[in-house]
Design a protein around this ligand. Sequence first.
Ligand SMILES: Nc1ncnc2c1ncn2[C@@H]1O[C@H](COP(=O)(O)OP(=O)(O)OP(=O)(O)O)[C@@H](O)[C@H]1O
Ligand SMILES: [Mg+2]
Length: 337
Amino acid sequence: MALIEVKGLAKVFQVDGQMVEALAGIDLAIEEGEIFGVIGLSGAGKSTFIRCLNRLETPSSGTVLVGGRDLSTLAREELRGFRRNMGMIFQSFNLLSSRTVAGNVAFSLEVAGKGRAAAKARVAELLEMVGLSDKAGAYPAQLSGGQKQRVGIARALALSPKILLCDEATSSLDPQTTSSILALIGDLKSRLGLTVVLITHEMKVITEICDRVAVLESGRLVETGRVIDVFSSPGHPTSKKFVESVHPSFDQLLRGSFRPKGRLVRIFYVGETVTEPLVYTLVKRFDVEPNILQAHLDVISNQTSGTLLIDLAGQSGAIDAALGFIRTSNVSFEVLN
Ligand SMILES: Nc1ncnc2c1ncn2[C@@H]1O[C@H](COP(=O)(O)OP(=O)(O)OP(=O)(O)O)[C@@H](O)[C@H]1O
Ligand SMILES: [Mg+2]
């Protein structure tokens, strides 16, 4: 059984007598030990979704099972105990400005009634884990965004939860700091055996760290799958837009003065096939001229992948034969014109 099972989850808000349907029936299962990403535009319902997982938000209908337990059946006291199993980090860090770094991390330990000495040792351990031992006495205002999020992570993990929920945890950070925070989350996941649910509006974040992804639009899941599969062949226009956001869009290229000589082919390679000399084979075996317009190497869910955009010129028969060959090789491809 999956660690988190969401069935028919819906949430309707009443705003000035108007109904706002934030979630309109979500079904998904998150397996233990995976990093599961949810991507969507602003207002798609991402925060509402993640808040339903730890019941900061009460669903209007549907169920959320965590470790087989239906959260709606938990009494208030039980729910409090249950929430210790889920740490959460936020875009705005939500640190207490009047407390030091150590004081912020100690907060949840104090609330949980841990003794002073035990709390102090645990705080030191957590700060070491996130690489902030030297900042224990600093105040949040003295920290960079990345350092603030490290404090957020230490605080979220204070009570040794099995699940880490991340609500746009890197959205206010620059790309380099984003990568370092994502690397830290990935590392802690492996070391501590965490299951991570991460929501974001950035496809780059998903490709950098997630195993699977769900695409959320207007409260509905429009696609769910392995990141590498969604990246190589997105099955919904919204997913496609997110994928294209990682690399400059091909549409943009066509809108410029560039005119292709032949067929524009976008090829996506994964893993071993990256090393296959596909373009070389095309030239050698078919009477075509593949002009490479764009080439990217990416690491998606720890697998190397490549995206290649070629302008395949030649006689139409030769082009068709070349496309036939690409079809039989172990790559995904799409003809764009
Ligand atoms: N407490 C609330 N009261 C009323 N409406 C709400 C509330 N929380 C969310 N909504 C509405 O529900 C919808 C989904 O909001 P939500 O915050 O879940 O989106 P989001 O995907 O997290 O967006 P963002 O990327 O901007 O954070 C929006 O239309 C929002 O206005
Ligand atoms: Mg949000």
